[in-house]
Design a protein. Structure first.
Length: 125
């Protein structure tokens, strides 16, 4: 007799768990704005100049005596003052080389005649 192949019931083992990992990439943009301001600095230098002129006046007086006689002197008319002469006398700037008329030397509120400036007798004592 032919018995054939015997088949036993299946032996079932516990399930083996496998993990399959997949990876994907997602880009998240982060924007960090930057602003640059250029500040240009400019300095104005205000330079004030105060040119000053000086003049000198010499007053000269004369007395003349006519000695005609001890009792009757002849009358002598009064003599006018002698005008100043020569360089450095009279009105005008007395400044050295390099100080000529310029934009700051003309007449103005700070350059007009005043005490000890311009024509006129010097009365300081």
């Amino acid at each position: 007799m032919y018995c054939g192949t015997n088949i036993m019931p299946a032996v079932i083992h516990p399930t083996k768990c496998c993990v399959n990992h997949t990876f994907s990439t997602t880009v998240v943009p982060h924007i960090h704005p930057t602003h640059t301001t250029t500040v240009n600095h400019h300095l104005f230098e205000h330079k004030h100049y105060f040119p000053q002129t000086f003049s000198a006046v010499n007053e000269v007086s004369n007395q003349q005596f006519n000695c005609v006689g001890p009792m009757n002197p002849a009358p002598v008319p009064p003599v006018a003052p002698v005008p100043p002469v020569g360089p450095g006398f009279g009105p005008g700037p007395m400044m050295g080389p390099g100080f000529g008329p310029g934009p700051m030397m003309g007449p103005g509120p700070m350059m007009g005649p005043g005490p000890m400036m311009g024509p006129g007798p010097f009365r300081g004592r």
